[in-house]
Write a protein that binds this ligand. Structure first.
Ligand code: PMP
Length: 448
């Protein structure tokens, strides 16, 4: 496992010491701290329960996500990580980005190193509107608010709309970062099932009726309509129309989170919900998957009254987005062939997806199923009946392959038979090796 530290016993002897998933995040955290800092230098543990009374009620249920705990172990070089959603950046020309960064400081240093406005740097907003336009989603720069990635947009959305106990509808499964953002404001997530065409509108309508009948208010529907994280499917055109009709009829806000829309393998673009019901849609975009996640630039496009509140919330959260990264992003989008980079990313993802799919076909035992992605980063795999991806994880880590158990993507912890496999980061050869290791673990389990 590591030259520096011994693995926790539950990882070393999974069948002996394994006493349920609840142990795993803590032991992974402690193990990863030991690996990162060396055994002698670990920070002494302060008993957290002595602070319990100080915490705001809304934070009491917060715990490290399974994904976060996993990352530290999954990032060990000997482990093939099919867990993370990190884009591979090898197609990005770092010298060009470096030159732009130098130009930003040399030519606009007094702006770049100063505070900016709460809505975001106007020239960047112009460029972001072009990015939306490129995807066929009309927007004006004045309609946008720049955020620290799409993640802050999700946080501000929940902050703006959710009172404790409000119901938020979301695909089942759903992006884990959105679930964390919503639960931080004590919203209750109700999942609506998906199939190969995305979320099911008839079930959505039925759930809405049920929520209203119980006297509660559904605050919004959260959806990732393109190459969804984690299920890897896209909402069909027909269902987009149906969702738009439901939103208009039921006065339901839609939060349309779209990090992957430009990453279709064939360059296909789908109709945005924002285009169909702009007055009821909060659209969230990000440069994380089409340029760089490290730059932390995302944005919200929302109707006027919502937008004004978003600016106030953004200012309350962090005064303004970093001008330095906004100016760098602006230069990138206004001077470089960013559409060409997106194509290079797409080609890289398609090659990786093909590697994963062919190896899954060769390695997975009967009874396992998975989607064939048309873009994005993810394969959603269902294990043979009776198997649980959480219980399998320590064995997979021992076999030096990591994935995210499906239960991480459901607010109620269901989905145990699924796992999310990401093909966005490792090389195709590493992906094949990772799937071979995983296949061997799953086959052994299936034979038991
Ligand atoms: N939404 C979805 C669906 C995502 O997959 C991610 C990143 N994994 C985000 C939002 C947030 O990304 P960022 O904050 O980097 O823009």
């Amino acid at each position: 496992w590591s030259p520096h530290a011994s693995p926790p016993r539950s990882l070393e002897r999974p069948d002996r010491a394994w006493r349920g998933w609840s142990q795993v995040p803590r032991c992974l955290q402690r193990y990863s701290a030991a690996v990162t800092h060396g055994e002698e230098h670990t920070v002494s543990e302060i008993r957290l329960d002595s602070y319990e009374a100080h915490f705001a009620a809304r934070t009491r249920g917060m715990a490290a996500s399974e994904i976060r705990a996993l990352f530290a172990v999954a990032n060990r070089p000997e482990v093939v990580s099919l867990a993370g959603g990190m884009p591979f950046l090898s197609a990005l020309d770092l010298d060009a980005v470096g030159d732009l960064a130098r130009q930003v400081i040399a030519e606009e240093g007094s702006v770049a190193l100063q505070y900016g406005g709460g809505q975001g740097h106007a020239p960047l907003r112009e460029q972001l509107a072009h990015v939306m336009d490129h995807e066929g989603v009309p927007a004006h720069a004045d309609e946008l608010v720049v955020t620290t990635g799409g993640q802050q947009a999700l946080d501000l959305t929940a902050k703006l709309l959710c009172n404790p106990g409000d119901v938020v509808l979301a695909e089942g499964p759903s992006y884990v970062g959105a679930l964390s953002a919503f639960s931080a404001y004590e919203a209750e997530v109700m999942h609506v099932p998906m199939d190969g065409d995305g979320i099911a509108p008839d079930v959505l309508a039925e759930r809405l009726g049920r929520i209203r009948a119980s006297g509660r208010r559904p605050k919004f529907l959260y959806t990732v309509p393109n190459h969804q994280n984690p299920a890897g499917v896209s909402l069909s055109e027909g269902r987009r129309q149906q969702l738009a009709e439901i939103a208009a009829r039921e006065d339901l806000l839609i939060v349309e989170d779209n990090p992957y829309g430009l990453l279709d393998f064939k360059g296909e673009m789908r109709t945005a919900l924002r285009s169909l019901v702009p007055e009821r849609t909060i659209y969230i975009g990000t440069l994380s998957k089409i340029f760089s996640p490290g730059i932390r630039v995302g944005w919200i496009a929302a109707p006027g009254p919502l937008r004004e509140k978003f600016v106030l919330l953004k200012e309350a959260a962090d005064l303004c987005q970093s001008n330095l990264t906004q100016l760098l992003a602006n230069r990138w989008l206004s001077t470089q062939d960013w559409q060409g980079l997106i194509e290079a990313f797409r080609d890289g993802h398609r090659e990786r997806s093909d590697a994963m799919l062919s190896e899954l076909t060769a390695e997975m035992p009967e009874g396992s199923t998975w989607n064939i992605p048309a873009g994005g980063f993810f394969v959603w795999l269902s294990l043979p009946p009776g198997m649980d991806a959480r219980e399998l994880l320590p064995k997979a880590l021992n076999a030096r392959v990591a994935y995210v158990p499906g239960a991480a993507f459901f607010a109620d912890g269901s989905g145990g038979e699924h796992m999310r496999l990401s093909y966005c980061y490792p090389t195709p050869d590493r992906i094949r090796e990772g799937v071979r290791r995983l296949g061997s673990v799953v086959r052994t389990e299936a034979e038991l």
